[in-house]
Structure formats: C-alpha cells, structure tokens
Ligand binder design. Structure first.
Ligand code: NAD
Length: 319
C-alpha cells in the first residue's frame, strides 16, 4: 500500500490568472497529468478558465480539468502556486514581497489544515523569498517545497546562446544560478555546446568580434527579459508555463532531472537558511539532492551576493 494519500498525477494550480491558466493549457497538452484542478480567489475566473480548457479535452491527451476548492489540497500530488499580485511595469520582484508573502502563508495554512502531502512548486514572485516563506510556514522537508527558480532564466540563456552561436538549443547546456531576479548570474564554468566548452568553441567559430562584450550582453538580456516583456504586454506567461511543465513533469514522472529550481540551502556552497537556485535533482519526492559543483571564484562570489540580496528581503519580511 502506498504511504502517500495523494492521487497520482493530480495537479492543483492555485492562481488561475495568466501564468496559472497558460501552465494548465501547456500541461494538458503534454499528457503528463491525469487531473488538472484550477483554484483562484476569483471563483468566476477559475470556473471560466476550467470550462474553456475543458472544452479542449477532445483535442488533448486524456485529462480531466475542473475548477476546485481548498478540499483538493487533500489529495493533489503537486500543488503549483501562481497566486498573487502581478509585477507592475518598472516594479522589481522584491517590491512584490509583502503583498505575496501573506497570500502564500494563507495557502500553506490551508494545505496543512487538510494534511496535504503534495510537493509544492512556488512560482509567484519574488519566488526565492516566497519559497523560503512556504518552507518555514509548512515545516515540511526542504525537498517538498521548491521554487521554479531560474529554470525559466536558464531557458532564456540557452535560447540566446543558441541564437548567438548558431547551434541547436538542445545542444546548449547552460545555467543561470542564484536569485530569480536582478542578482542572478550565468555559470559560464558549466556552459558547454554538446560537450565543447565555450573556450574551445569560440576560437573555432569566429562569428563575434568581442566575445567578452557579447557574453556580458547576453547575460544582461536574460536578466532584463521579464522587464521588457512586461513593458510590451503586461505579463510573461508562455515560457514560464512551459518551464513549469518541465518541473512538474520531472516530479510526476520521477525523472531525476537536473533543474535549477530554488531550494533552501543547508550548507551547500557555504550557504545556509536561504533559498536560491543551484542545480538539483528533481524526482517524485521533489528535490532529492542539491548538486554542489566546482564554480569559478567569481561565480561563487555572485552566488554569495544573491544569497545576501535574498536574505535581506527575508529579514525585511521579519520571517
Ligand atoms: P495574474 O494577476 O494574472 O494571476 C494571479 C491570480 O492569483 C489572480 O487570478 C488572483 O485572483 C489570484 N489570487 C490572488 N490571491 C489569491 C489567493 N489567496 N488564492 C487564490 N488565488 C489568488 O498574475 P500572473 O501574470 O499569472 O502572475 C502570477 C505570479 O507569477 C506573479 O507573482 C508573477 O510575478 C509570477 N511570475 C513568476 C515567474 C517565474 O519565473 N517564477 C514568471 C512569470 C510570472
């Protein structure tokens, strides 16, 4: 008999706004979930989104889509939290802190009250701080509470590198680490194109005049992506929806995928009691292992700087 009380492949999405509904659409198309439940404090919105999606059921791989209630916390396998206030133009992710922390605490309290055994994926911003808040409030093992972290940023980085180098994005292995926000950084020491390091690849390529300059620009573009998209259309949701399918898929299928999700560090990289993104192995249990890699000295410094930024925000919250 299984020790879990959750229904296999039941995914509950809290927050049926732009990110939540786009994720639901992408998840339904993926065929990974058996049941998708949408929950929102705006019940009409959740109902409308669920109906609209459910009318696509004949075209999706088999899936059941409904609007739910807090009772669905009791048997969901994965709960994805996208509930919260949106980032306004020009607003930093940390500005959203106070508005979203109490929303997340309320959701965690509702889950605890229903003895939820779900793995929780935080998406709402500032995602690192809110992952920390959810972890502390729930008292659950750290692996069960993870943030989408820099999975999206790493995808943006891979896309830009593939464009720049003229190489299939699937051959580009590259990671953005640290805060999902302004202090994030590219782990160049871990970056390779089909096993070829950038140091080896660049001299053979000859396509850019000044690689040091170009690589700084690529990282800046990654960092500014969300600001630009929000300026253009008010929100970002397609790529993050797909990043969430990747993370939730790794949990549902027990994939042991290495993903830069956000987690509470416990001495790794010399950091403790702070949440940020480093490569971790994601399984059915959530984060099974945080991988410690030999970062370059400037990357270690950048990680420590991200930790300081996030720790300051946590202190400002008084948690
Ligand atoms: P949105 O305003 O479209 O949707 C948020 C939804 O949350 C709204 O429908 C609102 O009614 C609901 N909500 C608020 N409080 C709630 C509660 N207590 N219980 C249930 N529902 C509640 O916003 P969005 O564009 O979908 O963005 C959602 C969040 O995701 C934001 O914090 C945004 O910054 C974040 N985001 C994160 C990433 C990432 O990579 N981590 C990427 C994009 C957006």
């Amino acid at each position: 008999m299984s020790e879990h009380t959750w229904r296999s492949r039941k995914v509950l999405i809290v927050g049926a706004g732009a990110v939540g509904s786009t994720f639901a659409y992408a998840l339904a198309q993926s065929g990974l979930a058996e049941e998708i439940v949408l929950l929102d404090m705006n019940r009409d919105l959740a109902q409308g989104q669920a109906l609209d999606l459910a009318h696509g059921v004949p075209f999706f791989p088999t899936v059941h889509i409904t609007a739910g209630t807090q009772e669905d916390y009791a048997d969901a396998q994965v709960v994805v939290i996208t509930a919260g206030a949106k980032q306004r133009p020009g607003e930093t992710r940390l500005d959203l802190l106070h508005r979203n922390a109490s929303i997340v605490e309320g959701i965690v309290d509702d889950m605890v009250a229903r003895d939820s055994q779900a793995t929780v994926v935080l998406v709402s911003n500032p995602v690192d701080v809110l992952t920390y808040v959810a972890h502390k409030r729930s008292g659950w093992p750290r692996g069960r509470v993870l943030g989408s972290g820099t999975v999206l940023d790493s995808a943006r980085f891979r896309y830009l590198l593939s464009q720049h180098c003229g190489v299939d994005v699937h051959n580009v292995h590259a990671y953005i680490l640290g805060e999902h926000g302004d202090s994030e950084f590219a782990a160049w020491s871990m970056t390779h194109l089909a096993g070829i390091t950038m140091e080896e690849y660049c001299p053979a390529c000859h396509s850019c005049a000044d690689w040091a300059q170009e690589r700084a620009e690529i990282v800046q573009q990654v960092r500014d992506s969300a600001y630009h998209i929000i300026d253009y259309k008010g929100a970002t949701y397609y790529a993050v929806g797909l990043a969430l399918v990747r993370i939730v898929g790794a949990i549902l299928r027990n994939q042991q995928s290495v993903l830069t999700v956000s987690t509470v560090l416990d001495g790794e990289y010399g950091l403790k009691d702070v949440c940020l993104s480093v490569p971790s192995i994601v399984t059915q249990e959530g984060i099974a292992r945080v991988l410690e890699t030999d970062l370059a000295p400037d990357e270690r410094e950048a990680l420590a700087h991200s930790a300081t930024v996030i720790q300051k925000a946590i202190s400002a919250l008084g948690r």
